[in-house]
Design a protein around this ligand. Structure first.
Ligand code: TRP
Ligand code: ZN
Length: 877
């Protein structure tokens, strides 16, 4: 499947399509050996194009076996068209006409999970970004929007359920045991939103009455055995529909909304019009099989895909450089939703730490790119943390700058103005400008400049004049292709925490919190009437995606941790405090100096653990020390083993000093109410399990508790937490073995639970990690052909078992190289994503650095590399 010499696509080369497709009629005849796709397109020249004499070039792929082409009912001869591996050119296309093509494809052999493929017993599709061209010849670009009618024909006994976008308009039986259903989608859409599903599926049904009183039929299609795992997704869907009406004034448009769960899927889910296709991991949930984290992920992804109906489908992207137009905005919308459904502070902390750990790393690495990239080789490589997560942060900053009411006016204007259109990020920003009267010219740099800005702040208190001066200085490191950066607009939400822990007044209005707008490289804020030594609480809620450098002392951080009225910044102070300590201890470990934990840190944590007035979820978050992945991101040179040692040392020291407090917490939260995945219960369980993990470090008590919890848990959160605690405890190997065996015996038929079982073992940080992973690859619960399993075992090992993956013998790198090459042809998208951990080789010391580079080079040199993998490997070398 070697790609022809991969080309780079540039934003600046964008031209409107010379042709439009007003109507698209598809007939799929799903046969045992091949599927026949008959496509009828009503084509006309685009009056907006300057190329009025262009020939018609339809996108296609090497998978299409062309049977015939007609224009206006006339069969074309060989000289009338040119077919190559990725296009079909019609030389004599009249001004307008009907084009009919017939192709044969083999979905049963398609392992890429793009286009039409099979997941177990089902036929399903994934067309974003450019999968439709693997199904039929088409203008597969998002600015070509068409009205689709789709007839699906298949064997009735094997494929009783036949679905596509829109509403069913016809159905019936055919000879030979076949039947058909015809679907019509009245909304014009680009081909990437097309979907088809065929198979034996059970269905959970519900309904929703919209704000204008229309009744919508809601259906979730799953395998029969999973019918008891749909309630949470259904509830999440109804909540999303109500929330989008209330918060954005957006009502659902079709009469049916369907979700289908499939096992084999490259990402979380896909927003196909009226027919969302979901990875089973993003839709199925029940307390027996699903952790709290997965319940919340299901809620967030159901919401995300539903919200795309407006931010993505009704208003879509002109081209793929605009991807963040739909993804950044939709991530922002789903995070607002999750915040409203659960705890806003907890949600913001989770998002901020994810951003800092993963997006900041991407922004600092060789694949760094702006939220609106200006070139790509393979668009699938640009479904990134930058486009999604940083894109969401940028939308959030617009809301911070405009205020919630004006932001809502801006979003209303955007949706009204561009309904039914394929537009650019520029149009989104302009709607926000027009609604607010504010000039966002400089703000637009957030879309164009890559890299994570650094915000340096220094303060001076003049006791006599009672003033506090804050000196701000922003900078942004050079990133590939961008050496010089211009200043960003940075909204800094801030307050001052006084000596007694109270908020100080900042201005004549009596505000105790302001949003200070930084737009110069250097800027000074003078606050008057500050009669005491106050601690600045800066960038509350991470009000901009930047790195803060203030130079806090330990005392100041402990003060914020105990007193800041902003919950996010209390947590953030605990993180900054621990980061400083961990960086110091990492150096101690490297230089073989004795390690010791500052008593101020222990005192700060003691205060935290004994304050019963605190939200348990917040305490749990503060107990989770910065992850190894975050420590890697923060380090100038990444010494994986020393980082691991330092972190283990702090955990063990805290556990030793505060064992009684951890025990008290464990017991206080070890209640078993009827399981509900609500914020209060989730907080309580996460605190209990955080305490358990510390107790594992202080002798047998922890092991006994973990075993008891494993045996008695009535929900997967507690069960998996106990299993993981045992697996990671060197003194508990007997218990761990038994627990793993019992767990396997109980859940062997639950694919998603077995993925968790694989993952827990993949991230066991004790020595010998790679050998355990290689063993598990032979287990029947694993297969290379399922992306979830690859992520749970190989992805988890390489991304979250850092001390084992970065073994200085290079075995982890050689292993990853082997897996990437094995997957290269089978699933290019997943193969390319797997490469990521190798791309940061420049930040590692020898011998790691050289060994990582060697593995990357070996990947790049592999003959027949698909362009997905080629792009990442070559850009990283
Ligand atoms: N648009 C999907 C989302 O909601 C992303 C997606 C799903 C996707 N499957 C994909 C992107 C396959 C590329 C390839 O975020
Ligand atoms: Zn999305």
């Amino acid at each position: 499947m070697r790609d022809p010499a991969p080309q780079t696509i540039y934003l600046n080369d964008y031209k409107v399509s010379p042709f439009l497709i007003n109507k698209t009629d598809l007939v799929f005849d799903l046969g045992e050996h091949s599927t026949r796709v008959t496509t009828t397109l009503t084509v006309e020249r685009n009056p907006q194009s300057t190329e009025q004499d262009a020939v018609l070039v339809l996108h296609g792929s090497a998978e299409l076996d062309l049977q015939s082409v007609q224009i206006n009912g006339q069969l074309l001869g060989e000289g009338d068209y040119v077919q190559d591996s990725d296009s079909l050119t019609l030389n004599n296309m009249p001004v307008s006409g009907v084009i009919t093509t017939e192709v044969l494809i083999k979905p049963q052999l398609n392992t890429t999970m793009m286009g039409l493929y099979r997941s177990r017993t089902l036929y399903c599709t994934q067309c974003e970004a450019e999968g439709f061209r693997d199904i039929t010849y088409y203008l597969d670009r998002p600015d070509v929007m068409s009205e689709f009618t789709t007839r699906v024909i298949a064997d009735k006994a094997t494929y009783p359920v036949l679905l596509s976008n829109g509403n069913p308009i016809d159905q019936g039986d055919l000879e030979g045991g076949k039947h058909f259903v015809t679907w019509h989608d009245p909304f014009k859409k680009p081909a990437y939103l097309f979907a088809l599903v065929a198979g034996t599926l059970a269905c959970v049904e519900d309904s929703f009455t919209t704000m204008s009183g229309r009744d919508i039929k809601l259906q979730i299609f799953v395998e029969e055995k999973d019918l008891d795992k749909c309630a949470h997704a259904m509830l999440s869907l109804k909540n999303s529909m109500a929330w989008d009406e209330e918060t954005y004034g957006r009502e659902y448009d079709l009469d049916i909304f369907m979700i289908v769960a499939v096992d084999d899927f490259n990402m979380g889910a896909m927003e196909n019009k009226g027919l969302n296709i979901f990875n089973t991991s993003a839709v199925l949930a029940n307390p027996r099989t699903t952790t709290d984290a997965s319940f919340q992920r299901v809620e967030a992804i159901v919401a995300h895909e539903y919200f795309h109906n407006w931010s993505g489908n009704r208003v879509t992207c002109r081209d793929w450089f605009q991807l963040s137009l739909k993804e950044g905005f939709t991530v922002y919308r789903d995070s607002q939703f999750s915040a409203d459904m659960n705890s806003p502070t907890v949600k913001r902390i989770e998002d901020a730490s994810y951003l800092r750990t993963h997006q900041f790393a991407e922004d600092g690495g060789p694949m760094s790119h702006p939220v609106q990239p200006d070139s790509y080789m393979e668009i699938n490589n640009f479904y990134t943390l930058t486009v999604y997560e940083k894109g969401s942060e940028v939308v959030g900053m617009i809301r911070t700058l405009l205020g919630p009411d004006t932001f809502r006016k801006g979003s209303d204007l955007y949706f009204d103005r561009h309904d039914g259109q394929a537009v650019t990020i520029e149009e989104f920003v302009r709607a926000m400008e027009d609604a607010s009267g504010r000039d966002l010219t400089q703000f637009r740099r957030w879309y164009k400049q890559s890299g994570t800005p650094v915000l340096k702040v220094r303060s001076q208190h003049d006791a006599e004049a009672q003033t506090l001066t804050l000196d701000f200085e922003q900078s942004c490191p050079a990133t590939p292709g961008q050496n010089e950066k211009l200043p960003f607009v940075i909204p800094v939400k801030l307050g001052l925490v006084g000596e007694k822990g109270n908020d100080l007044v900042l201005n004549a209005n009596g505000d105790t919190q302001i949003i200070y707008e930084l737009n110069e490289a250097k800027q000074t804020l003078l606050i008057e009437g500050v009669g005491e030594s106050a601690v600045p609480s800066l960038l509350r809620g991470l009000s901009a995606p930047v790195k803060l450098d203030y130079g806090y002392s330990t005392e100041q951080l402990a003060h914020l941790m105990a007193n800041d009225s902003d919950g996010f910044n209390r947590w953030d102070a605990s993180q900054t405090l621990c980061l400083g300590v961990l960086k110091q201890l990492t150096q101690d470990s490297l230089r073989d100096r004795p390690m010791a934990l500052n008593s101020q840190v222990i005192d700060a944590y003691r205060a935290l653990l004994t304050d019963e007035s605190l939200d348990p979820a917040m305490v749990a978050l503060m107990l989770q020390l910065p992850s190894e992945a975050l420590l890697h991101e923060e380090a100038e040179i990444i010494h994986a083993a020393a980082i691991h040692d330092a972190r283990s040392f702090v955990r063990t020291a805290l556990a030793g000093s505060l064992a009684d407090q951890f025990m008290a917490l464990y017991q206080r939260h070890n209640t078993q109410p009827t399981y509900a995945p609500d914020a209060q219960q989730i907080g309580s369980r996460s605190l209990k399990n955080a305490a358990l993990n510390y107790l594992m470090l202080v002798g047998d008590t922890g092991i006994k508790l973990a075993w008891q919890q494993f045996e008695s848990a009535d929900n997967m959160t507690d069960k998996a937490a106990a299993l993981s605690a045992l697996v990671n405890c060197p003194e508990a190997s007997k218990y761990a073995e038994q627990a793993l065996a019992e767990f396997e015996a109980e859940y062997r038929d639950e694919a998603l639970v077995m993925n968790l079982w694989l993952q827990i073992q993949a991230i066991n940080s004790q020595t010998g990690g790679l050998a355990r992973v290689r063993d598990l690859m032979n287990h029947s619960a694993f297969t290379m052909s399922n992306p979830n399993k690859l992520r749970s075992l190989i992805g988890a090992f390489c991304n979250a078992n850092l001390v084992n993956f970065h073994n200085p013998d290079g075995s982890g790198y050689a292993f990853l190289q082997e897996q990437v090459i094995a997957l290269n042809n089978k699933n290019p998208q997943v193969a390319a994503r797997l490469v990521t951990p190798l791309t940061r080789w420049k930040q590692f010391p020898e011998p790691n650095s050289g060994l990582m580079r060697k593995a990357l080079q070996a990947i790049a040199d592999e003959p027949g590399l698909v362009k997905d993998v080629l792009e990442i490997a070559t850009k990283s070398l």
